[in-house]
Design a protein around this ligand. Structure first.
Ligand code: NAD
Length: 251
């Protein structure tokens, strides 16, 4: 019960890594807000998690919806102690091909969405006297070069730097800010970004020779959101089967 009675807002948690994180946090005693742009699936996920989980739909590309998400969470649950900036979309377009519209949509969701949620969270935390945890889901794509990572890699690299900036700015308010950089994980987004050839290549290139599971990211998020990680801030934890350590480029 490492997160007993903490209120956790997890964006993009109707499925995938976000859902696994919501489940893991609920198992540790947290009251989880399953937030997603897919309102129906968020509702189903919250009821399947059960306990005190609730669903609050929000599209993180819309600042007004983010404000409403936090207002509703506070109105229904009293406070928000943990924010997991997980909502994100992938892209595989080359720099020469990607349209401005796609570029801006990816940055808007993956980077600006996380910034706006963190801003709302921090303002609330500061108002009630400080304290709290932010976990940002970044990506190896923001750390390595590689073909077809254009907007996605740039958005995640931006979020990883913002992670450090927020850790420093929020330290006086007792808010820890950390990131998790997953390697390839078998989710809808993960699968959508990989062809059959790249999947085979990943199995060769990742030292542990396999994709990660959403639950393997979720346990890292629980740790970073818990008091066990009180002296860790501004850090990025790679959960990638050794892929970054191997130093190889994306297939
Ligand atoms: P997923 O597609 O299974 O789940 C993403 C969820 O986010 C979906 O429920 C979707 O509806 C929601 N979402 C998308 N856009 C949204 C928006 N604008 N507002 C609110 N919700 C939105 O993907 P996943 O693999 O679980 O990805 C979760 C996070 O992990 C993403 O930030 C992704 O970039 C990151 N990540 C994934 C991998 C991987 O290989 N799967 C690797 C590194 C990082």
């Amino acid at each position: 019960m490492k997160l007993k009675d903490r209120v956790a807002v997890i964006t993009g948690s109707a499925r995938g890594i976000g859902r696994a994180t919501a489940e893991a946090m609920a198992r540790e005693g947290a009251i989880v807000v399953v937030s997603d742009r897919d309102a129906a699936l968020a509702g189903t996920t919250a009821s399947e998690i059960g306990g005190r989980a609730i669903a609050i739909a929000a599209d993180v590309s819309d600042a007004a919806q983010i404000e409403r998400l936090f207002e509703t969470a506070v109105a229904r649950l009293g406070r928000v102690d943990i924010l997991v900036n997980n909502a994100g979309i992938g892209s595989t377009e080359l720099v020469v091909d990607i349209s401005l519209e796609t570029w801006e949509r990816i940055l808007r969701i993956n980077l600006t969405g996380a910034f706006l949620c963190s801003q709302q969270f921090a303002r609330l935390a500061i108002k009630r006297g400080g304290g709290g945890k932010i976990v940002n889901i970044v990506s190896l794509s923001g750390q390595k070069g590689g073909v077809g990572r254009s907007a996605y890699g740039a958005s995640k690299a931006g979020l990883e730097v913002l992670n450090k900036i927020m850790a420093v700015e929020f330290a006086d308010h007792g808010i820890n800010v950390n990131a998790i950089a997953p390697g390839p994980i078998a989710t809808e987004t993960g699968k959508g970004m990989h062809t059959r050839e790249t999947v085979e290549a990943y199995h060769r290139l990742i030292p542990q020779r396999r994709y990660g599971e959403p639950e393997e990211i979720a346990v890292a998020a629980v740790f970073l959101a818990s008091d066990d990680a009180a002296y860790i801030t501004g850090h990025t934890l790679n959960v990638d089967g050794g892929f970054l350590a191997a130093g190889l480029m994306f297939p």
